[in-house]
Design a protein around this ligand. Structure first.
Ligand code: SMO
Length: 730
């Protein structure tokens, strides 16, 4: 993008206010529950109370006779539906697709067993409670384990390591808790088979309405043209609304069977029980170095839980954790294995970061421990091993091509910012334990294609349809800036369409930090195609700021489609400095400082980018300090509400200093790199390293997240150190 165009048009680079906010903040958003179709029926699910069992009987007669009940469906009705697909991203996958309604066997608490459709949501809920299900428990000894349960597997192996120079080795053994993505708006859909003959229209809170359309059509045995999926306003998704669910299939099936409209709006409890969860990985890893700190060999075994069925993106977290593990560092050799394991419980899928936070956490903890073993400051060990800016593009030992960036510059800037933020370790007369760390993360932003359609209407109005849909990120604002800048029109005049499987016809969606890098580049390409069409019809160049109204009058309107395929993967990155203070009496941790230097390449709107970072940081802070899903030994969910599952509130946010570097990516037209997941990737690793730095003098070698006061207090107790003297010495 030329600087002039940017400055004159309010296009790329401008911190424009979000055009979405007036409606969203004044209650005028249109979410799935706001979709009203005349005569629409309402659905409620009967769910499994057992983690594993055989369904011996389902009695629906009493429920079916209740007032307002239209129909009750069970697994026998949906048995003939086709399977959904699994993105085959790992070489070895044994799919475990969802069943719309359980048949014979249930494999997790909360699995849908029956669907009640009634005249009102209340009637459906009442009737669902009257459906009687008899389940013989099959196992009382918790989730199955062992090699039998491996459902996905990949290895990254280089030639055998050269161990002659190894002077030190460090290892870590991590158990990461499962997390609830906890979108503000729970799941839901409206499936309408009544309003338009031969067409099933589905309003679905989804990151990928196009994929949902393909999947629904395949499962229901329909031509794709006979299904339209629309994502209206979506109140947060974070990966949890990326793939099709059993409930989506069951409700769409019910609508088709009845020739009616059927609506299901899930509750918060249902999201805790049956929405996909995130993280939960176990990582065993070791890293060796030569005496001068040169990193040599990285070995790791990643075990990722999959839950009891696999959504489309199920294997992404395991694969990402493996391929990204070396992070921003040069290592000479690797031997990494990542596996996805079947477990009893809700499906585990992508959640903001999707394997990236897990990789950053493991690698940065290894670096901290290795620095200790080498008796080097951790900053120095990092500096000696960053992939140098001059060596970009750089192919990692896991075969990833890092496209551009200056990791060391970001790291050094973050170290300086943390030092400028004031002394942390010295002011110890308050009796608190202090620790700090500066970590660096990388954030791949996806490969492949995305679509866009630019239309010049007969009245001269410009409409931009993008395959990258929105869940609160401000995509309309960003699309207006990209298109306005490229076509030389005021961004606010560009009409934006997203989230409709009819416009464009095909798309991937908002996933993997790819919307701006790849979706934005597709818009650029469509803009250029529109301009070219104008020039061909007009017979001459149309200039930087074309008279689109005149072109529209002359041509009667134009339309340009683009399917843009990225040249490679754009790798965002950033460095995070964190200082924590821990009260040794209570175990309460306080994040005193968070300084952040992120490079997302070309930034379309710095205010949107900042919002993405802060939101991700809040979720990363939650992961590090608060959040944890707990199942008991029988597979019952103990954290089924916000009474038992904590998420961070505004007051939990530390002071954050944000700085930006801007190294445009050569991997796409726009030069953009992802930023949507950055906060959630960097925060847990930074906080974990800082907490362990604070606890190190007490002899605490390792502690798993979340760092709750009780958890830290116990670790301090277990370390059996004279806490008062230890704190005073620091
Ligand atoms: S975790 Mo993302 O929605 O790929």
């Amino acid at each position: 993008m030329s600087e002039d165009l940017t400055a004159s048009s309010g296009g790329v680079g401008q911190a424009r206010l979000r055009v979405e906010d007036r409606a969203l903040l004044t209650g005028r958003g249109r979410f799935t529950d706001d979709i009203r179709v005349a005569g629409c029926l309402h659905a409620a699910f009967v769910r499994s109370p057992e983690a594993h069992g055989r369904i011996s009987a389902i009695e629906t007669a009493e429920a079916a006779a209740l007032p307002g009940v239209a129909a009750i469906f069970t697994g026998a009705d949906t048995a003939s539906l086709g399977p959904t697909s699994i993105n085959p991203l790992m070489p070895e996958i044994r799919p475990l697709p969802p069943t719309a309604l359980a048949m014979n066997v249930v494999t997790s608490v909360g699995a849908p067993i029956a669907l009640v459709v009634a005249e009102s949501a209340a009637a459906a809920t009442d009737a669902a409670e009257s459906v009687w299900v008899d389940i013989e428990p099959l196992t009382a000894d918790g989730p199955p384990g062992g090699t039998e349960a491996v459902r996905a597997l990949e290895n990254w192996r280089t030639a055998a390591p050269d161990t002659r120079n190894a002077a030190a080795q460090a290892s870590v053994s991590l158990r990461q808790p499962l997390l609830a993505p906890a979108a503000l708006e729970p799941r839901g859909l409206v499936a309408d088979a009544a309003s338009e003959p031969g067409l099933l229209t589905v309003w679905l809170g989804s990151q990928s309405p196009h994929r949902a359309r393909e999947e629904l059509a395949a499962v229901l045995g329909l031509d794709a043209e006979r299904v339209r999926v629309v994502a209206p306003d979506v109140g947060g998704a974070f990966g949890m609304k990326a793939s099709l669910y059993p409930e989506d299939i069951a409700v769409a099936f019910a609508a088709r069977s009845l020739g009616r409209c059927v609506k299901w709006i899930g509750t918060r409890s249902e999201d805790f029980l049956a929405a996909t969860q995130g993280r939960g990985q176990s990582v065993e890893a070791s890293l060796s170095a030569a005496a001068d700190g040169t990193l040599l060999h990285l070995e790791a075994t990643v075990r990722a839980p999959l839950g009891s069925w696999m959504p489309y993106s199920a294997v992404v977290p395991a694969r990402n954790a493996g391929r990204i593990l070396p992070g921003p560092y040069k290592v000479q050799s690797v031997d990494i294995e990542a596996a996805g394991m079947e477990t009893h419980g809700a499906a585990v899928g992508i959640y903001r970061g999707a394997g990236r936070p897990e990789a950053a956490l493991a690698m940065e903890l290894l670096i901290e421990r290795l620095a200790e073993a080498l008796d080097l400051p951790p900053e120095e060990l990092r500096r000696r091993n960053f992939v140098a800016a001059s060596h970009m593009p750089w192919t990692t030992p896991t075969g990833q091509r890092l496209d551009s960036g200056d990791y060391r510059a970001a790291h050094d800037r973050a170290v300086a910012l943390l030092a400028d933020a004031g002394p942390t370790g010295q002011a110890a007369d308050d009796g608190l334990l202090r620790g700090s760390a500066t970590i660096t993360y990388i954030e791949p932003s996806g490969l492949g294609w995305e679509t866009a359609r630019l239309t010049l209407g007969p009245d001269g109005g410009i409409t931009a349809a993008t395959g990258s849909t929105a869940q609160g990120q401000g995509r309309t604002t960003a699309v207006q800036q990209i298109v306005g800048g490229r076509l030389g029109v005021e961004p606010g005049t560009v009409a934006v369409v997203h989230g409709d499987s009819r416009a464009p016809d095909t798309a991937i969606g908002a996933l993997a930090s790819r919307s701006t890098p790849i979706g934005g580049s597709a818009l650029i390409e469509a803009c250029d195609a529109l301009r070219q069409q104008a020039e061909e019809r007009y017979g001459r160049p149309v200039g930087d700021c074309p008279d689109w109204a005149a072109i529209a009058r002359e041509t009667g309107g134009l339309e340009a489609d683009a399917t843009y395929t990225a040249a490679g993967e754009a790798w965002g990155y950033g460095a995070v400095g964190c200082a924590v203070a821990i009260d040794p009496e209570t175990g309460v941790p306080t994040v005193e400082r968070l300084v952040w230097v992120d490079d997302a390449g070309t930034v379309v709107n710095p205010m949107l980018a900042e919002g993405q970072l802060l939101g991700g940081i809040a979720q990363g802070l939650g992961e590090a300090l608060i959040e944890r899903i707990v199942y008991d030994a029988d597979g019952q969910l103990l954290t089924g509400s916000f009474m038992d599952y904590g998420i961070p509130r505004a007051a939990d946010m530390p002071p954050v200093t944000l700085e930006r570097m801007e190294t445009p990516s050569p991997a796409n037209l726009l030069g953009a790199k992802g930023i949507g997941e950055a906060g959630a990737i960097g925060a847990p690793a930074a906080i974990a390293c800082a907490v362990l730095d604070a606890l190190r003098p007490l002899g605490v070698k390792h502690l798993d997240m979340p760092f709750t006061p009780a958890h830290i207090w116990q670790a301090i107790r277990d370390a059996r150190t004279d806490i008062g003297a230890g704190a005073g010495d620091r």
